[in-house]
Write a protein that binds this ligand. Sequence first.
Ligand SMILES: [Zn+2]
Length: 179
Amino acid sequence: MTCHRCKTEMKAEKIPVYHYKESGLDNVRLEGVTLLKCERGHKLIHIPHIEMLHDAIAYNTLKKPPLLTAQEFRFLRKWIGLTMNELAHELAVSRGTIHRCEKKGEITRPYDHLLRMLVAKKKESSCQRQMYLEIAMHEVFEKMVKRHLKSAKMTIDVEKLPQHPSQASRQPQSQYAGL
Ligand SMILES: [Zn+2]
């Protein structure tokens, strides 16, 4: 692959553990991520199966026992593709309420549950797919969920994310994030 900025060849290098800050969550670490670097030091991160990865993060966030943190609330809102205004409308609350949840972490039990139910409804097929995959994912998930921690550390090996049968024939989804 050539660098999109200086057109020189890029070298690939595996990163043992990548802190996936782009997710907006502090607690997600990825294994199996590739760093591409050109001679002039431009960097690109390659994360395979990005859609499945976000599904896995969201699903684990949905089923964690403690209340959602501000970061998790925001991640789930974005995962279902809603703006803060749209979410406020869906939940019949003010935009200020959503703002307080996401910026100040003032998430009470009712708002936590409302969002989780809305997400489960809007992403029913993704959640079902994740449940279906859970047996195959057992090893991956085992590392991810530690109960009773407010925000459990997740380490996900992106190369081990299984493909759903309906996706097996498609090209693997990837994302390049410029650094
Ligand atoms: Zn370059």
